[in-house]
Write a protein that binds this ligand. Structure first.
Ligand SMILES: Nc1ncnc2c1ncn2[C@@H]1O[C@H](COP(=O)(O)OP(=O)(O)OP(=O)(O)O)[C@@H](O)[C@H]1O
Ligand SMILES: [Mg+2]
Length: 130
C-alpha cells in the first residue's frame, strides 16, 4: 500500500491508511495510537520539509514467527545534513516543537533514518505484534 504525500489532505489519507492497517492487524489500542501518531508526524515532515514524497507500508516477519508492520517514508527533498541534530528533541528548522522525529522513535519499536543532502530522506518505523 502506497500513499503519495504532496498536500495537506494526503497527511489525513496516510493517517487513515495507517489506522485501517493497525486495526486489521489487531494492534492494541495503545499501539494503534502510537503508530498513528508516528505516521502523522513523519507524513507531515514530508509535506513541510520535502514538499512531496510517499508513505508505503508492509508486513514484516521477525524471529520466532513474529509479525509486525513497517511504514516507510521516502522523499526526494533537501535531505537532512545532521541527523543527530534533527533527532534532538526541541530542534526545529521550521516553527514546530522539534518533537516529531524523536517522538516517532520513542513511540515505535524500530526506527531507522537515512538521508543525503540534496537527495532526500528515508525513515522506516516498525511496530511488532506482541
Ligand atoms: N523529510 C525531511 N526532509 C528534510 N528535513 C527534515 C525532514 N524531516 C525532518 N526534517 C528536519 O528535522 C527537523 C526536526 O524534525 P521534527 O519532526 O523532529 O521537528 P519539527 O518538524 O521541526 O517540529 P514538530 O514535528 O515537533 O512539529 C526539522 O525541523 C527539519 O529541519
Ligand atoms: Mg515534524
Amino acid at each position: 500500500m502506497k500513499v503519495e504525500i504532496v498536500k495537506e489532505e494526503d497527511v489525513v489519507a496516510a493517517r487513515q491508511a495507517a489506522r485501517q492497517a493497525v486495526v486489521a492487524y489487531k494492534f492494541s489500542l495503545v499501539d494503534q495510537t502510537r503508530i498513528i501518531t508516528a505516521v502523522s508526524e513523519l507524513a507531515r515532515n514530508i509535506l513541510l520539509y520535502a514538499v512531496c514524497g510517499w508513505m508505503e507500508y508492509h508486513e514484516v516477519s521477525g524471529p520466532r514467527g513474529k509479525k509486525g508492520l513497517e511504514f516507510v517514508f521516502q522523499d526526494y527533498g533537501p535531505g537532512i545534513i545532521d541527523i543527530d541534530l534533527a533527532m534532538t528533541p526541541g530542534y526545529s528548522t521550521g516553527n514546530g516543537l522539534g518533537l516529531g522525529l524523536s517522538g516517532a522513535r520513542r513511540l515505535m519499536d524500530d526506527f531507522a533514518i537515512t538521508s543525503h543532502q540534496g537527495e532526500g530522506t528515508i525513515v522506516r518505523i516498525t511496530k511488532w505484534l506482541n
